[in-house]
Design a binder for this molecule. Structure first.
Ligand code: HEC
Length: 151
């Protein structure tokens, strides 16, 4: 533990982060975090379609996917804390993630809150609120991408 802590401090990373140990570790970290975002996308896709009116609102899907998005958001901190800045990895993650870690965690919280709200709204069955609740989830994706993801 002492050794881990002193390495963390020596690398200048904030508490909660860990520097990738080598290129292989960094590559794996990128694969895992991009996979997590792909799962997030696959759960957001139908919700976006409903919000646009391309497919009908489906209460069960909204409730399920809202719960899944909250669970997936819960994994983001663990999968993004591996700081890959020192390695030449194929990523759209900006350095600012590890420079402004508490801001980044705030964006994760926003996705969690919006997803939990979406599930709660679906549970009420009040269809008039679905579009706005999906919109809040989408806004939380965009808000993080604007600051922390390269286009
Ligand atoms: C807390 C910040 C944050 C939030 C919230 C967030 N993203 Fe991202 N997203 C990122 C970052 C950073 C990357 C770049 C990851 C990389 O390339 O290593 C990314 C990448 C992606 C990718 C590309 C994955 C790949 O295979 O390269 C998709 C798709 C995506 N996000 C969708 C979403 C959707 C949909 C939401 C909302 C439901 C969302 N994201 C919310 C930060 C976020």
């Amino acid at each position: 533990m002492a050794a881990i802590l002193s390495t963390t401090i020596a690398s200048g990373a904030a508490i909660g982060q860990e520097a990738a140990m080598n290129e292989k570790h960094a590559d794996a970290a990128v694969t895992y975090r991009q996979s997590l975002f792909q799962l997030i996308r696959s759960n957001m896709g139908p919700l976006g379609g409903m919000a646009k009116g391309a497919i009908p609102f489906d209460q069960a899907v909204i409730e399920t996917n809202g719960m899944r998005l909250e669970q997936l958001a819960d994994m983001l901190s663990d999968y993004l804390k591996v700081d890959t800045r020192k390695f030449d990895v194929d990523t759209e993650a900006k350095d600012e993630i590890w420079e402004n870690w508490s801001d980044f965690e705030g964006k994760i919280e926003a996705l969690k809150t919006a997803s939990a709200n979406l599930t709660a709204v679906a549970q009420t069955g009040d269809e008039s609120q679905y579009r706005a609740a999906i919109g809040k989830v989408g806004a939380s994706c965009k808000s993080c991408h604007d600051d922390f993801k390269a286009d």
